[in-house]
Ligand binder design. Structure first.
Ligand SMILES: O=c1ccn([C@@H]2O[C@H](COP(=O)(O)O)[C@@H](O)[C@H]2O)c(=O)[nH]1
Length: 237
């Protein structure tokens, strides 16, 4: 199975020791992992090189959101970190997203593959009610997510982070090759934590997500390998 078809495991750990302790349980299996702010801010680029050496695929989830020039320059740097996917917040706008893409292209060395660039639409921890009240968006959350997805598409990005609830409409309007990367994945009966727009791996597949991201249900499980295998089986079926 190629990396693109694997569930992405969110390595939300405080340091490399804890992350390594978790990964060592998988006995050399190649995984698609997500490195977020907590682990990256602690361990930096060295950790990414270490994960690559072990053969893992990497989504570097730093969710850049700043003025276009700053994001452009930061993306030039991230392009050199041998990661497979990076992201920005679509709320930064089309000028920022285009700047992110050109930075990534400029930073990608000849002969190397440019990391995929995706945009966060509405976080899966955001409910429609919260979005309307706090962001003053007088629309449904589906409309807001689709709007951001189309801005990301127009900016030349490779896809978006969205919940499974919006995945089908995005595929219909932006094309099936435009990635719908879905966090907020939970197994039947398990707690949602801070996530609001949650589905099972089976539902995510049926509803049109192209990739899924799962953290705590795997990383905090008594048997993380078994939990991962259950997610993988549901996702593959
Ligand atoms: O909209 C978003 C964007 C990113 N995430 C990240 O995915 C994982 C989910 O972890 P769980 O433990 O499975 O909830 C986490 O690293 C988030 O930063 C997201 O959840 N939603």
């Amino acid at each position: 199975m190629g990396g693109k078809n694997l569930p992405i495991i969110a390595l939300d750990f405080p340091d490399i020791e804890t992350a390594w302790d978790f990964l060592s349980r998988f006995d050399g299996e190649k995984l698609y992992v997500k490195v977020g702010m907590e682990l990256y801010y602690r361990e930096g680029p060295e950790l990414l090189h270490f994960l690559k050496e072990k053969g893992h695929w990497i989504f570097l989830d730093l969710k850049l959101h700043d003025i276009p020039n700053t994001v452009h320059r930061a993306m030039k740097v991230l392009a050199g970190l041998s990661v497979d996917m990076v992201n920005v917040h679509a709320a930064g706008g089309t000028e920022m997203m285009k700047a992110a893409l050109s930075g990534l292209e400029e930073g990608t060395k000849a002969g190397q593959t440019r990391p995929a660039l995706i945009a966060v639409t509405q976080l899966t921890s955001t409910s429609e009610e919260q979005m309307q009240r706090e962001q003053l968006i007088n629309r449904t959350i589906d409309e807001s997510v689709l709007h951001y997805a189309l801005l990301a598409r127009e900016s030349g990005l490779d896809g978006v982070v969205c919940s499974a609830f919006e995945a089908a409409s995005i595929a219909k309007k932006a094309g099936s090759g435009f990635l719908r990367v879905t966090p907020g994945i939970r197994m039947t009966g398990s707690k949602s934590d801070d996530q609001k727009r949650v589905v099972t791996p089976t539902k995510a597949r049926e509803m049109g997500s192209s990739m899924i991201v799962i953290g705590r249900p795997v990383t905090q499980a008594d048997n993380p390998v078994l939990s991962y295998k259950k997610v993988l089986t549901e996702w593959e079926r």
